[in-house]
Design a protein around this ligand. Structure first.
Ligand code: NAP
Length: 249
């Protein structure tokens, strides 16, 4: 039987990478998925790829008016939400000497403020017993040269899951984190690095992964499905590393 039959799921950043892989898996498991992102053409392509049971709503998670519009449309169409996967995020490198106020505000504006209000503004529509999954990263635990602001933003995400699990317990809403290791997605092409730099970065990271390779977006999607479905009914407030053993070994 399908694991998410009849469920309504909102996935921010669902037009690419991990979000798109998760949207496809959720739809296959019987959910209706609402995907978001800033790029309309990519949303439309993703909706077509997902097939039936998917709609796309354009919006920037760091823009409060866009989030209000997203949830107004979801309310009008479906009346409620069962699952929120707060996945949208950016990873732009900057060593400490080069960090600018703009870099900090952009990273925290999307990865922290955007994620916080994605969840807060979903709460009136989220059913009691619903599931919230936050996308953090292994960098919430380990230090990588050049990614200090990104890592701090992902540590904030992990922290939110602890507080919100406590705050939402009366409504039996479970909040969990998925923390991917290095996953093959377009995120690496958006870092402002040359092809050679990306290759060197990738090779260096792979040596730090006990399983010796990058993960695939569908391998994260399977973990998110577990956290979204009743298979994880007694799991709350955790940080699930899906990282080829990177953090644990
Ligand atoms: P990706 O393919 O670049 O996907 C990022 C998604 O986020 C896109 O759909 C993008 O759509 C959306 N997005 C970015 N900024 C947004 C904004 N302001 N408002 C709305 N949507 C926004 O990268 P990915 O690897 O799948 O990343 C997804 C999440 O996984 C991120 O939070 C990332 O930090 C996390 N993660 C990734 C890895 C990895 O190795 N790939 C590892 C650990 C954690 P638009 O550009 O159209 O807005």
């Amino acid at each position: 039987m399908s694991k998410l039959s009849g469920k309504i799921a909102v996935i921010t950043g669902g037009n690419s990478g991990i979000g798109l892989a998760t949207a496809k898996l959720f739809a296959k498991e019987g959910a209706t998925v609402v995907i978001t992102g800033r790029r309309l053409a990519e949303i439309n392509t993703a909706v077509a790829e997902i097939g039936g049971n998917a709609i796309g709503i354009q919006g920037d998670v760091s823009n409060m008016a866009d989030l209000d519009k997203l949830y107004a449309e979801v309310k009008a169409k479906f009346g409620h939400i069962d699952i929120v996967f707060a996945n949208a995020g950016i990873a732009e490198p900057s060593p400490i000497e080069a960090v600018t106020e703009e870099h900090f505000d952009k990273t925290f504006g999307i990865n922290v403020k955007g994620l916080l209000f994605t969840v807060q503004k979903a709460l009136p529509l989220l059913v009691d017993g619903g599931s919230v999954i936050l996308n953090s990263s292994v960098v919430n635990t380990v230090g990588f040269e050049g990614f200090g602001v990104y890592a701090a933003s992902k540590a904030a995400v992990r922290s939110f899951a602890r507080t919100w699990t406590a705050e939402l317990k009366a409504r039996k809403i479970r909040v969990n984190v998925v923390s991917p290791g290095p996953i093959e997605t377009p995120i690496f092409d958006k870092m402002g690095l040359s092809v050679e730099q990306i290759e060197a970065f990738g090779e260096n990271i792979s040596t730090q992964v006990p399983l010796g390779r990058f993960g695939r977006p569908d391998e994260i999607a399977q973990a998110v499905l577990f956290l979204a479905s009743s298979d994880s009914s007694y799991v709350a407030g955790i940080d699930l590393y899906v990282d080829g053993g990177m953090v644990s070994v």
